[in-house]
Design a protein around this ligand. Structure first.
Ligand SMILES: *Cc1c(COP(=O)(O)O)cnc(C)c1O
Length: 394
């Protein structure tokens, strides 16, 4: 007779979080009354725009919204996403077949992988990269192949390095620009190369576009959907989370190739029942509504970025100002043993939390990530602590 087993092998293969120790230490310091400043989290602190909250209050009172939502997303939301792409990228999307509502793009990434990767297939994923690409692939009994992102190459993947035997079984390629964690950006030429590669190798490509609106100095990140022929192989995942400070609302979308969208919809209709219609309708007005709040938020992020870059300079670390995202990706200071060791020392000696680069994959080693999604005064305090540590150890 079989033994009682309380988790599947699928769950058992997910490695424990590498930096659980760091989290434990953080909790212990907080419990001892240390004022811990967490620059590890990528979760906007700036308020959700007032007009969005007003619309939500209105939608909350409608009984029709309390019923089961549409599996694919309500018409208003899908049409708003299509209008948003037409307005911002000059891209035409069929709201019925080329747009699907998601319960946040994280859910979308996982279900996209289930919809594309069979056991033994490869997903090509960036390293360093958002851990969901790797973990969701393992949960689908797939394999992942890491594409190193290197500073010397602008943190863009080099498709020529992929071994032929991996290519032969690769089903999906993830790219993510503006990038988390490196804050790198990609131009249209990169996306054109990527679409050509995907078409030549018969691979689906997904651009994770979560930071599409978090960009500075008039820089406007392009969409992969702008590339001619993109719809043959490409999808793009977008989210209200970062642009509108709505991480807790769980609303995003996937656009592009209609067969891929249909496959994701098949998974989703059997797994979830869609996001609350009041949230979808509110998100629709957010996407097509006033944008002055965004200009304000970007100025705040930019000021914070300068604060962080100046603080890093005191540690002898020179980072040029990132053009997008609310992260700073910094090389370790001279003498640091590893990203984990540095993050631990920083926490112990200053109470400041940063994310060790290795948390995002082996090629993240040698770096650490700081998030700008923290009140400006707290960020200033954190940088002061780091500067005084540098002065003490000099
Ligand atoms: C924040 C983030 C997301 C996810 O956002 P959702 O809240 O799930 O929409 C996706 N990809 C990257 C790289 C992110 O940093």
């Amino acid at each position: 007779m079989k033994a009682l087993r309380l988790q599947s092998d699928r769950v058992g293969q997910i490695p424990p979080y590498m930096f659980a120790e760091l989290n434990k230490k953080k909790a212990a310091l907080s419990a001892r009354g240390v004022d811990v400043i967490d620059l590890g989290v990528g979760d906007p602190d700036l308020p959700t725009p007032a007009h969005v909250l007003d619309k939500m209050r209105e939608e909350l009172s409608k009984m029709e919204n309390s019923r089961y939502p549409s599996y694919v997303g309500c018409t208003e939301f899908r049409e708003a996403v299509a209008a948003y792409y037409a307005q911002n990228y000059g891209v035409t999307l069929d709201p019925d077949r080329e747009v699907l509502a998601l319960i946040g793009s994280k859910e979308g990434i996982a279900n996209l992988i289930y919809a594309q990767v069979d056991p033994g297939d490869y997903a090509l994923v960036p390293d360093p990269g958002y851990p969901v690409y790797r973990m969701a692939t393992l949960l689908a009994n797939g394999r992942y192949h890491s594409l190193p992102l290197r500073a010397a190459e602008g943190f863009l993947p080099n498709y020529e390095e992929i071994p032929p035997e991996v290519l032969a079984q690769a089903r999906i390629l993830f790219v993510n620009y503006p990038n988390n964690p490196t804050a790198a950006v990609a131009d249209e030429a990169f996306y054109a190369r990527t679409v050509n590669f995907a078409r030549a190798e018969n691979i689906v490509v997904a651009n994770d576009f979560a930071y599409n609106e978090i960009a500075f100095n008039e820089y406007k990140p392009p969409s992969i959907m702008q590339i001619p022929g993109a719809k043959d192989v490409a999808v793009e995942l977008g989210s209200l989370s970062k642009t509108f400070s709505m991480t807790g609302w769980r609303i995003g979308y996937i656009v592009g190739n209609r067969e891929v969208i249909k496959a994701v919809a098949t998974i989703k209709s059997n797994v979830d029942s869609g996001q609350y219609t009041a949230i979808q309708r509110t998100a629709a007005t957010a996407l097509t509504g006033p944008r002055d709040f965004l200009a304000h938020n970007l100025r705040v992020y930019e000021t914070r970025q300068q604060t962080v870059l100046e603080g890093l300079k005191a540690l002898g670390i020179d980072v040029s100002p990132p053009r997008a995202s609310f992260f700073v990706w910094a090389p370790l200071p001279a003498g640091a043993i590893s990203s984990a060791d540095f993050a631990e020392k920083l926490l112990t000696e200053t109470g400041v939390v940063v994310t060790p680069g290795a948390a995002f994959g082996p090629h993240g080693e040698g770096y650490f990530r700081l998030s700008l999604s923290l009140a400006t005064e707290r960020l200033e305090e954190a940088m002061q602590r780091i500067q005084s540590l540098a002065a003490r150890t000099r």
